[in-house]
Write a protein that binds this ligand. Structure first.
Ligand SMILES: [Cu+2]
Length: 279
């Protein structure tokens, strides 16, 4: 029989492995430091007086109507000293996954069982841009309350997909499954300006299981220079508000694609709106 303490530890290990965030921006193939170009997020609030751990930071968002859906928990404005990455429209950027806050977020011990930095959950991975108004003094104070445009959607396998390390074959249909990072290009016709660059991965879960769908989102600060291509403003159909882009119970993301739905076929899955703007 397992001792109670071992049992607790193994449950904690499984659940801690199951969440993550994106703390590093990749700029033209170079991996930057944690939170160097990305807005820090807060730990989930605790109602007990237990010490805050990594697990409190990697907790997903579960309310699609929350303002936190833009850039993560308590990240509607930047409160760390976020650098702005300077890229040309058409350049390759990306995000890397982590499960530990590491330094310099103080007060969060790193637990050995937290070290499993990949997209452990099956589900869609997307990237988004929202342009800060030219009149605003700083990207750091831009809350992301203007429209967002989706510039990447990873659903099925691609050449960037990694070989899965488990035998859950139905999950392997997702292109980003178990990826440790993902890179993509800023559309070449993106108008020059300062932008929030947002990454989002959704773990689809039905409304009556766990806490419903889990959202993993983070935002980087980027200044997009021209590419030489003609700049184009995205048509209205590609622009959405966040929050507002998803609603509680929406069929595409409030459903099982995990253990318990082994017959899941990703070809039957319809990606939520909006469509991807390719420029
Ligand atoms: Cu999780």
């Amino acid at each position: 029989m397992k001792s109670p303490s071992l049992l607790v530890l193994s449950v904690a290990a499984i659940s801690a492995n199951a969440h993550y965030f994106f703390d590093r921006l990749i700029i033209n193939g170079t991996l930057t430091e944690p939170w160097e170009y990305i807005r820090k997020i807060s730990a989930r609030p605790r109602t007990d007086d237990a010490f805050i751990t990594d697990y409190d930071y990697i907790q997903p968002l579960i309310d699609p109507a929350s303002g936190d859906l833009r850039c993560g928990r308590n990240a509607s404005v930047a409160w760390n000293d976020v650098k702005t990455a300077v890229v040309r429209a058409g350049d390759t950027v990306g995000f890397a996954v982590n499960t530990t806050v590491g330094l310099p977020i103080a007060g969060a011990p790193i637990n050995p069982w937290d070290r499993y930095p990949n997209l452990y959950h099956p589900g869609p991975l997307t990237a988004w841009l929202s342009r800060s108004p030219p009149s605003s003094s700083s990207l750091s104070t831009y809350p992301g309350d203007l429209p967002w445009t989706k510039i990447l959607a990873v659903t099925t396998r691609t050449s960037q997909s990694v070989p899965p390390t488990d035998t859950y074959t139905w999950k392997h249909q997702w292109g980003a499954y178990q990826a440790t990072n993902w890179t993509f290009s800023i559309p070449a016709s993106t108008p020059p300006g300062e932008y929030l660059l947002r990454i989002e991965q959704i773990y689809p879960v039905p409304v009556d299981e766990l806490q419903g769908a889990q959202f993993y989102v983070n935002c980087a600060h980027v200044r997009v220079l021209g590419s030489g291509a003609e700049a184009k403003v995205p048509e209205k159909v590609y622009e959405v508000d966040i929050p507002g882009v998803y609603h509680w119970g929406q069929s595409e993301i409030y459903r099982w694609v995990d253990v318990g739905n082994e017959s899941f076929d990703i070809r039957d899955w319809v990606a939520p709106k909006p469509d991807v703007w390719l420029g």
